[in-house]
Ligand binder design. Sequence first.
Ligand code: GN1
Ligand code: MG
Length: 343
Amino acid sequence: MKHPSFLTQLKDVYGLQLLGAQIQRFGDGHIHQTFLIEDGVRQYILQQFNNSVFKNPERISHNLGILLDQINANELPFELPLPIPNLKGELFTVIDGDYFRLSPFIKGKCINEVNNSHQAFMAAKAFAQFIKAGSHIDASLFQEVIPGFNNLELRYEQLLDALSSTKRSVSGELKILVDFYLSQKDLVEEYLIWKKKLPLRLTHNDTKINNLIFSEDLTKVNAIIDLDTLTAGYVYYDFGDLVRTVACTESESSTNWNNIAVDQAKYDALFNGFLEIGAGTFTGEEIQSLSFGGKMMTCIMGFRFLADYLNGNIYYTIHYGEQNLHRSKNHMYLLKALRKMCP
Ligand code: GN1
Ligand code: MG
């Protein structure tokens, strides 16, 4: 944390009694900076909120308010940790121009890869339970938090914009990736066709596996986290991001190019878990759209990682200069494998 008086300010704003609290970095999110605060008795999650990515935090508060009021929380066998209001009743606190929020700490484990198909099955069930418990809510009540967040057509255009304004020389490996992603235009066209057919529902929209908290022994889902992006969406977004992060034999940032493939058993477990909960709620067309979801969400993340690399790495946290390029290369291999599996 930036300055020693920070903890005192935080205690005053939230009315906490943190005695000799320690703060340490926590988790693997790419957007906010997350910390664990503990004082030996209590534990909280503190996030320094990225308000250059989320330019309208009041929309998150609006959406979480609807969620809290209307979701059938009693149907959910896990928690949805919402921000703790400060003493003024606000979900965000501004200290020295930076946005912070505090949430309850949920015990358990966040993982970047599942070990087996049963964990994939549990993950899919959890995200489908979330959609089902909110399926009676009028999706048009939710505000768009990041405009066009999962809109493949817009992300394709943003890739074109990044390409036309990049300071990088587009040659060699970069050119191969650019050409590959530009050749995915047919997925954009398919996206537009599904858009005409499917209902909008409350969806999470960022269902990567590390946005779940499992129990320590990985036998149960304790919570769904990262609720910032929840808004109206298509069920295949949530299925698709699970496919991207669970059914791949390598994790999102792996550079073991030759090992990147689809794990069919985990893919099937995701499908079965999603349907075990969603059958009866999802329409036939929504179920048919699921096989598009894995391709679409892998493609959109490939576009976004590549555009960020072309833009000079201004969006995602990176640990080395080529990481976004490598993430988009990783996704090229996964997308090719998914296209072969779900033509
Ligand atoms: C970001 O914040 P985090 O790491 O859960 C991103 C998602 C991407 C994901 C890729 C607001 O999620 O859209 O799928 O990285 N979130 C935002 O790992 O852009
Ligand atoms: Mg996250």
